[in-house]
Design a protein around this ligand. Structure first.
Ligand SMILES: Cc1cc2nc3c(=O)[nH]c(=O)nc-3n(C[C@H](O)[C@H](O)[C@H](O)COP(=O)(O)OP(=O)(O)OC[C@H]3O[C@@H](n4cnc5c(N)ncnc54)[C@H](O)[C@@H]3O)c2cc1C
Length: 445
């Protein structure tokens, strides 16, 4: 059944060079870099803070900033990410990098510091955010390009116009509204409700993350506890009395991953995630030394969504590209994170060969919606972040923060440079964009 809504006139509430949808790592980087390159830039975000899944889903940990290069762990994502990390560190909210599975580094952070550092970064670049604004539609012009992003806010519905748009919504919302074709896997990566526990006795907990998998197996074997997945990631934050817990896995009645673009399923997933968190806390308190007095310090504001729509772009980054450390002439940065597939009941890891270069380059073409089959796609739209053009396997690696920062930096710089040169996105010489990215500190591999 449907109802017919009356047609209405929508006020134009903004007019900018570049509009970026989403304030996660990709959108934050895109907006800051577009503004740095002279574009008047507005970032539209449904929450009241930046960071995307990194804050809204309580991730609290940067992956993909490093790669294992011929056996040596190195920082490979730089540029705007350096600046953000410096600002988080200045707020005393950044851990030293820690070793993951003996092969690569990740780096934890405090969420409040991330939110404040992201505000500072955006403001210092000269971009502004419109918070508490949910993008719900687009207006296309006669040529099929995006004229305005339509948002709903507490002030009502409004149209935000721009010459260029970057979709960094994670779910490809803007691209989807604009008719860009996408893929959605029948086997989406499973989502996780992240939480943190407080009042951990750091001295007694020690390196509990090494013991926890065994303790979970024992608790399962004895029938005392059952867990939604193996592969628990339970690690200390900067203050040792506070630990982050990445262990829930939320599925629908058929056992499939909850789809973050399915309103009913997403909604049910939230309470199921909380139920699992309470259950896991019971295990921690009962079985893990140092956690006897642990309590739920924080539940993430939303269920963490790893994968939904991925657009079809000029190139789709594949799992083979990641495992074979692929190179591309139109590289804008690199990904050093392995395939991290959140499958039913577990996390499956696949790495490039030991001793290899340890990272793949990322091609600019993965940010460009692909026209074809008599189909027009907007020529003033780039898509960055976990919804960029990647296969299911490729996305399981390059969805993490490091690659998303690189994608955002490339997309924002590209949009602003094309405007400044009065060129279409596809007409901006790749070499010029690459030179600008290098000059801004990016490592292109
Ligand atoms: C549980 C979990 C654990 C993870 N662990 C790690 C980890 O340890 N390290 C790591 O680096 N990565 C991790 N990741 C992956 C990583 O956090 C994300 O893939 C990354 O944040 C994606 O960045 P993004 O900018 O593409 O999108 P997102 O971070 O998803 O940001 C998208 C932003 O757009 C906004 N938005 C979306 N739609 C709209 C709309 N219609 N209107 C207005 N605003 C909108 C959202 O509110 C959000 O702020 C994890 C992810 C999950 C879910």
């Amino acid at each position: 059944m449907e109802i017919l809504e009356p047609a209405r006139r929508t006020p134009v509430v903004g007019d900018h060079d570049v509009v970026v949808l989403g304030g996660g790592p990709a959108g934050l980087a895109a907006a800051a870099c577009a503004a740095r390159h002279g574009a008047s830039t507005r970032l539209v975000e449904r929450y009241g803070f930046l960071g995307g899944m990194g804050t809204a889903a309580g991730v609290t940990n940067f992956c993909g900033l490093h790669a294992n290069v011929h056996g040596e762990i190195r920082r490979v994502v730089r540029g705007i990410a350096d600046e953000l990390l410096d600002r988080i560190a200045a707020l005393d909210g950044l851990n030293e990098p820690h070793l993951v599975l003996g092969r690569i580094h990740a780096q934890a952070y405090d969420m409040a510091a991330y939110k404040c550092a992201a505000d500072q970064l955006l403001a210092s670049a000269g971009a502004s955010a419109l918070f508490h604004a949910l993008a719900v539609s687009v207006a296309l012009d006669d040529a099929g390009d995006v004229d305005a992003l339509i948002v709903e806010t507490k002030s009502g519905r409004g149209a935000i116009r721009a010459r260029m748009f970057v979709d960094a919504s994670g779910d490809a919302d803007l691209a989807h509204f604009a008719g860009v074709p996408f893929e959605k896997s029948p086997d989406l990566l499973y989502p996780t409700l992240m939480f943190r526990v407080g009042d951990v006795d750091a001295a007694r907990a020690g390196e509990a993350w090494r013991e926890i998998p065994r303790l979970m197996d024992e608790a399962t074997a004895s029938g005392e506890f059952s867990f939604p997945r193996r592969g628990a990631i339970v690690r200390p934050q900067k203050r040792g009395y506070e630990w982050r817990v990445n262990v829930t896995q939320v599925r629908d009645a058929t056992g499939r991953a909850i789809d973050g673009t399915d309103a009913e399923a997403f909604s049910r997933g939230e309470s199921e995630g909380r139920r699992q968190a309470v259950d896991y806390l019971r295990f921690l308190r009962a079985k893990v030394p140092g956690f006897e007095r642990a309590y739920l310090l924080d539940l993430a504001p939303q269920l963490g969504i790893r994968e939904t729509r991925r657009i079809l772009g000029d190139y789709m980054l594949t799992g083979d590209d990641v495992l074979s450390c692929a190179s591309f002439d139109d590289t804008f940065g690199v990904n050093g994170w392995p395939l991290e597939q959140h499958v039913a009941g577990d996390v499956a890891w696949s790495w490039p060969a030991e001793g290899s270069r340890g990272y793949n380059q990322l091609p600019l073409r993965m940010l460009l919606p692909k026209p074809g089959d008599g189909r027009r796609v907007p020529r003033n739209l780039l898509v960055a972040g976990r919804c960029a053009s990647m296969t299911h396997e490729g996305q399981s690696a390059a969805r993490v923060s490091g690659a998303c920062f690189a994608m955002g930096q490339a997309a924002g710089t590209w949009a602003a440079m094309a405007l400044a040169r009065k060129l279409a996105l596809r007409s901006l010489p790749v070499g010029e964009l690459q030179s600008a990215l290098r000059a801004d500190g990016s490592f292109l591999g």
